[in-house]
Design a protein around this ligand. Structure first.
Ligand code: HAM
Length: 418
């Protein structure tokens, strides 16, 4: 029988890589703390409606990419394709934003989208996500964008570009939408099939089409900035001024509309020059109508999510540091079978004292044990002599020197040396 493999678009994060992931998440956790964001844990599956209403019926995610199934109770369940709708649901359900209160929340974990797998694009991928709920003013947008930039600065990512846009609000977007329908209808013959289906349902998405011909037409499309209402225009100006005050550079891109329908006003992405086609390491923006779209009271929000898989690719590509790789510091070896029990006791004592220690559990010869010890800084050797004299032979594996240390003092001796 052939071995069952992992499903297409998923992968195993093995020990050689997992410690690097831990470094990224730890750096994110510290950055979030410094920015006043608290961690939350959310369900990985939610009611399908949360995403169809929250992310939007006409988005690629909802139309073609969700992992949706009926559970045994006949309810339609979806593996989360993103985190924002779930965070908003949790905040509303748990009354985190009642009477004008705000909440700054972050989470990380796997998301699921049935996309065509390629470099930097997986069907199970990981996001670090931050959401600032309950604040309508532009300083919250600036804070969220700053947080994402700071996270990447701490991780050492270079060659990034921050791209921002405003996608308007429920007041000004319908006007812009109609202008786009009028414009693109006049160029119908040149649009790709997907864009033709978008024409009436979601014309803003045509701006985002990656097909060359559609791109050329989209370049000549009416400018969103000419359609923004005063409130959106002012909001965007303040976001830009805030970013400039902080010394950040950014690019304006009127064609940046993002693939999720909940955005209002600010939309942004952070792009890497080292990723190829899937070049966004993070994306986010404001979503002031998401709460009402999922049946809640009006709670404004702004946030971002970064793709851990992609960040990892860029960090490897750019040779960024992941801190120190975990390693065993001390190997305890038994000279003979009678010493194996004492070696296990010593190993546990070292571990209890936060010293990364290893010893043999399969009955290897002394020679094989010392070979395994090769990667460590010290070997602790116990044999009949050591047992009789209540000592341990401590060998410094860097310089080969060896000394006998009393059994009672061996842990403190090693602690001082490591
Ligand atoms: P998104 O742009 O769909 O936004 O995803 C955010 C990031 O997740 C992307 O920039 C990318 O790094 C990563 N990503 C997305 N899809 C994949 C994939 N198939 N494989 C690998 N990485 C991927 C959102 O999800 C919004 N919820 C972000 C947000 C938070 N907006 C407001 N708050």
């Amino acid at each position: 029988m052939a071995l069952i493999n992992a499903p297409r678009g998923t992968r195993d994060i093995l020990p050689g890589e997992s410690w690097k992931w831990a470094y990224i998440v730890k750096t994110a956790s510290q950055t979030m703390r410094d920015f006043g964001f608290s961690e939350i844990h959310l369900p990985i599956f939610e009611h399908t409606e949360l995403f169809s209403r929250g992310v939007g019926e006409t988005t690629d995610i909802v139309e073609k990419e969700m992992y949706t199934f009926n559970d045994r109770g006949g309810r339609s369940i979806t593996l989360r394709p993103e985190a924002t709708a779930g965070v908003m649901r949790a905040a509303l359900e748990n009354n985190l934003c009642v009477q004008g209160a705000s909440a700054k929340l972050w989470n990380w974990g796997p998301m699921f989208r049935h996309e065509r797998p390629q470099k930097g694009r997986y069907r199970q991928f990981y996001q670090i996500d931050a959401e600032c709920l309950g604040i309508a003013g532009p300083r919250a947008d600036v804070e969220v964008i700053t947080l994402s930039i700071e996270l990447f600065r701490r991780l050492g990512l270079k060659n990034l570009e921050v791209v921002i846009n405003s996608v308007g609000c429920e007041k000004c977007r319908p006007v812009y939408r109609q202008k786009l329908i009028d414009y693109f209808s006049a160029h119908k013959d040149k649009l790709c099939e997907t864009c033709l289906t978008r024409l009436d349902r979601n014309p803003l998405r045509i701006l985002d089409c990656k097909q060359e011909e559609c791109g050329k037409i989209a370049d000549g499309a009416p400018d969103i900035f000419d359609s923004l209402c005063d409130e959106c225009r002012e909001h965007f100006a303040e976001v830009r001024a805030g970013l400039e005050r902080l010394g950040f550079t950014y690019t304006l891109n009127k064609r940046l509309v993002r693939g999720l329908d909940y955005y209002t006003k600010t939309a942004y992405e952070i792009l890497s020059g080292d990723l190829g086609a899937q070049n966004a390491v993070a994306g986010g923006g404001r979503y002031d109508n998401l709460a009402s779209a999922i049946g809640g009271s009006k709670v404004p929000g702004v946030g971002f999510a970064c793709g851990v898989d992609r960040v990892m690719l860029v960090m490897e590509e750019q040779g960024c540091s992941f801190g120190k790789a975990p390693s065993i510091e001390v190997y305890a070896a038994a000279l003979d079978d009678a010493s194996r029990g004492a070696v296990q006791v010593l190993t546990y004592e070292l571990r209890k004292n936060n010293i990364a220690a290893e010893s043999d559990t399969v009955g290897k010869s002394f020679k094989a044990q010392m070979k395994a010890a090769g990667v460590c800084k010290f070997a602790c050797i116990i044999g009949p002599d050591e047992l009789a004299n209540n000592v341990v032979a401590v060998k410094n594996l860097d310089d080969g020197s060896q000394e006998k240390i009393s059994r009672e003092e061996v842990v403190s001796y090693l602690k001082a040396k490591l």
